[in-house]
Design a protein around this ligand. Structure first.
Ligand SMILES: [Mg+2]
Length: 387
């Protein structure tokens, strides 16, 4: 079936589909995710660096009128790439030819303006819409179309600081953001260690605990912090470098022997993962299906990982229907991340990236919707009303 039209637009952060929060989530007002935390003058000012653009939705319509929906971030630069470059290029092509279309879009992006960053977000949005369309037309869930399921359910871990709440909800593992970055120097090492020590004491020795070093972004600091945290037996350390700091990955690996390392949520397309596999930068790849280039790119990454004996842990894999289908379908994916974007006591249904029709963790487990495509229960009218 041929593609009739491709359209991308800013969406109002999906708030049209959920209740406003009664209480702020842990991330509100925190420094989490602040890439400038190495500078002393920016410590505690993470809220100065919000994403300036709303999220982006992409609708691909087939010649029979069926539509597929993709989502991604950074609509400001992403929507024009879809509407003015990728869309016109693939209109009239076979909607089922996802490998060909991904290759066409990625080659043009790479040759003209680079595949990394915003082009990969645009590619993701189109690819996800194509897979949703393919599933709807064939009447099957995407996890079946890509060869799954590989598991009877997804085991979820919670990301955040509300430890008692996550334990009450039945999560089997927890990932802690790193509260203090390199700008605070030795005081940050002490404070970060105190947080991990407290949580380890609460959850006990056999509980899987991980840490996301995202605001660290400094090789020496990551190495020092990694050494300090060895007694707390963390399942993995994640995102311990500025994403493109490719020369530093082998050095951190060499100086943290025996520590399981994870990275890749901000690597785009399959090439960085191929490089990382060849040099064994990390033990776990964490592609984000909304950022890396969609389902097609995630499958390529998963195959590279599998052949190299590297695990997959899809970034925020259970926070959207797209990641859920991949976590369920990929044999190498053992955990589904659930970033808890709601405060304790609030329904998870009102959280980050939620759309109608997507499954939610129950007692720390999740099975994706088996409805056609990704099972998103949005009509074109509902989507239009949210633009
Ligand atoms: Mg991360």
């Amino acid at each position: 079936m041929k593609i009739r039209s491709v359209r991308a637009a800013a969406i109002r952060d999906f708030t049209a589909f959920k209740k406003p929060a009664a209480a702020p989530a842990w991330i509100v007002g925190s420094d989490g995710g602040n890439p400038l935390s190495r500078y002393r003058e920016f410590v505690g000012k993470g809220s100065r660096y919000p994403d300036p653009w709303p999220d982006c939705v992409c609708i691909v319509t087939g010649e029979n009128g069926t539509f597929g929906m993709g989502m991604t971030a950074h609509s400001g630069p992403v929507a024009p790439i879809v509407n003015e470059c990728f869309g016109p290029m693939i209109t009239g092509e076979s909607a089922f030819a996802t490998e060909r279309l991904w290759n066409m879009m990625s080659r043009v992006a790479s040759a003209r303006f680079g595949l990394g960053g915003v082009a990969a977000y645009a590619l993701s949005a189109v690819d996800l819409a194509l897979w949703d369309l393919k599933g709807k037309v064939l009447g099957r869930p995407v996890y079946e179309l890509v060869g799954g399921p590989a598991h009877d359910q997804i085991h979820c871990y919670a990301t955040g600081f509300d430890i008692d709440w996550y334990l009450e909800l039945g999560f089997e593992a927890i990932k802690l953001p790193t509260p203090h970055g390199a700008g605070e120097s030795t005081a940050a090492l002490e404070a970060n260690e105190a947080v991990v020590a407290g949580v380890r004491e609460k959850v006990g020795p056999a509980f899987d605990l991980m840490m996301d070093f995202w605001p660290v972004s400094d090789p020496a600091f990551a190495i020092e912090l990694g050494h300090r945290l060895r007694p707390y037996d963390l399942r993995w350390l994640e995102d311990f470098l500025y994403p493109d700091d490719f020369l530093a990955y082998p050095e951190v690996r060499r100086r943290l022997p025996g520590q399981t390392l994870a990275a890749g949520e901000r690597w785009y397309g399959d090439r960085p993962f191929a490089h990382a596999a060849a040099e064994r930068w990390v033990d776990i790849f964490q592609p984000d299906v909304l950022w890396v280039g969609g389902v097609t790119a995630s499958l390529k990454v998963a195959h590279i990982a599998d052949a190299a004996g590297i695990e997959i842990a899809m970034h925020a894999g259970c926070n959207d229907p797209y990641g859920q289908h991949l976590c369920y379908a990929l044999p190498g994916n053992r955990w589904g991340e659930y970033f808890v974007g709601t405060a304790p006591g609030e329904s998870l249904a009102d959280g980050y990236r939620n759309v109608p029709g997507m499954a939610l963790p129950e007692r720390g487990k999740l099975v994706p919707s088996d409805a056609p495509g990704f099972g998103i229960e949005l009509t074109l009218g509902m989507i239009e009303s949210a633009l």
